[in-house]
Design a protein around this ligand. Structure first.
Ligand SMILES: Cc1cc2nc3c(=O)[nH]c(=O)nc-3n(C[C@H](O)[C@H](O)[C@H](O)COP(=O)(O)OP(=O)(O)OC[C@H]3O[C@@H](n4cnc5c(N)ncnc54)[C@H](O)[C@@H]3O)c2cc1C
Length: 415
């Protein structure tokens, strides 16, 4: 008796979501082909987590995705293939996991290449074909079949199609945004994509002077004199503005506000461990015990010494080299205010080459959250960052890729 062959499924995009979708589909008996525009699959996986792949987070919950137009959409897939199941599946593939600060999960090997290696091993084991250097340019549906045209490798035909082409961030790793047009051509709406988890550009002119300076503090985003989001961690000044984990964490909000023409200020809180009153007393003590030191020099040992001249000028102190003992009470208040209530004007963010994640994408209103199937084109499924879903920094974006990929793959094979 001839073997009963499963459905023919094409997965467009061999990133985290596409590879997981391919495995889930093949596991359910489908004949799966992955079409990938780059010369190998999974290039972005290699770059994740600074080469260590922060592949999930044990504290994943819907709030970590509370960004897009309809973040509740993540609920179905995250429930169906949750963090525990993801970790078990990767353990089965060979990835021993370790949990680090903030619930971030990494492979014990500290190598993102291990994640890709075991995925590729499993793809081979389940007879999934991968076709690289195959950029999909056009998809149309004819008599219930998907006709898929690639730039380099000709035409492919399947009964089901999974679109997992990623967003627009880091186009050098493959995701060049071409999936949006493919989805649009098939009738789907788009929420305009913009960079998220990205460095912020600031207006002031002094950043060249202080580039490279780091400090641990709070970073608040202030709009109309209200703090709308806050993050803590190591903040780094750069030539164009500001970077570091707290900056990435607030960057989506910054971009969102700028896009709605709001004036946006970043407020780095330096020496956040002190109240303004304590800081005032501390400065007074420093200035009184060593009154002959220049004002700028009297900050040595308290904050980064290159930062002091800039902060003093920002505080409106005209002569930063006057003796510390000559500083007036109102000047001390001005200095404290700059240390803890500094306002830096945001002008934008870095672009697609620097953004770790794409906000916006295929409108999830057109997709069934339980199956990841299109509501408009039966047999078409979506997975990963291509959709208008983005998570916080810390493993949540890859978790979304695994969960949505798994659900799309399984349903494409069985529905
Ligand atoms: C530098 C960096 C570090 C990151 N670190 C982390 C981290 O540690 N933890 C975390 O959770 N998230 C991290 N992220 C985010 C995470 O990598 C992504 O959210 C995730 O990889 C998205 O998976 P995806 O499969 O949806 O898209 P992608 O990984 O972008 O994959 C899409 C694939 O589709 C292919 N493709 C696109 N268009 C076509 C086409 N027309 N035809 C054929 N193929 C096509 C692309 O070449 C690509 O291989 C990081 C991102 C970057 C850039």
């Amino acid at each position: 008796m001839p073997a009963i062959l499963g459905k023919k499924i094409i997965v467009v995009g061999g990133g985290a979501a596409g590879l997981m979708a391919a495995l889930a589909a093949a596991n359910n008996g489908a004949q799966v082909k992955v079409l990938e525009r780059m010369n190998r699959v999974g290039k972005k996986i290699l770059a994740t987590g600074n080469g260590r792949c922060n592949f999930t987070n044990i504290s994943s919950n819907i709030e970590r995705y509370y960004h897009g137009k309809n973040p509740r959409f993540v609920y179905g897939a995250l429930n169906k293939f949750n963090v525990q199941q993801t970790m078990e599946y990767f353990e089965y593939l060979g990835i021993a996991a370790k949990v680090e600060e903030g619930g971030k999960v990494y492979p014990m090997s500290d190598q993102s290449s291990s994640v890709l290696d075991v995925l590729r091993y499993q793809l081979e084991k389940l007879h999934v074909t991968t076709v690289t250097d195959a950029e999909v340019e056009n998809i149309h549906v004819s008599e219930g079949e998907f006709i898929v045209d690639t730039k380099e490798k000709g035409r492919f035909i399947s009964q089901r199609l999974i679109l997992a082409t990623g967003g627009k961030s880091y186009p050098n790793l493959g995701s060049n945004g071409s999936g949006y047009q493919l989805a649009k051509n098939l009738g789907h709406r788009l929420v305009e994509p913009f960079p998220a988890l990205v460095q912020v550009k600031l207006a002031e002119k002094f950043y060249k002077q202080i580039k490279g300076i780091k400090f641990v503090g709070d970073l608040e985003v202030v709009v109309n004199e209200k703090t709308i989001i806050k993050a803590t961690g190591e903040i780094l000044f750069t030539e164009y503005g500001i970077s570091g984990p707290p900056v990435l964490a607030v960057s989506r909000k910054v971009n969102e506000m700028l896009r709605s023409n709001k004036k946006v200020y970043l407020k780095p809180v330096i020496l956040k461990q002190f109240t303004p009153g304590q800081l005032e007393q501390m400065l007074l003590y420093r200035f009184q015990t060593q009154p002959q030191k220049t004002l700028a020099f009297s900050f040595v040992g308290l904050i980064n010494k290159q930062l002091a001249p800039v902060l003093l000028k920002e505080a409106g102190i005209k002569d930063i080299n006057k003796p510390a003992g000559d500083v007036t009470a109102s000047e001390i208040k001005q200095i404290v205010s700059i240390l803890q209530d500094w306002r830096l004007k945001a002008t934008g963010t870095k672009g697609w080459n620097s953004a770790q994640v794409t906000a916006g994408g295929v409108d999830v209103q057109d997709v069934n959250p339980k199956t990841m199937e299109s509501k408009l084109v039966p047999g078409l499924f979506f997975a990963g960052e291509l959709l208008d879903i983005d998570g916080d920094c810390g493993g949540f974006n890859l978790q979304w890729a695994w969960s949505s990929g798994y659900v799309a793959g399984e349903n494409a094979a069985v529905l």
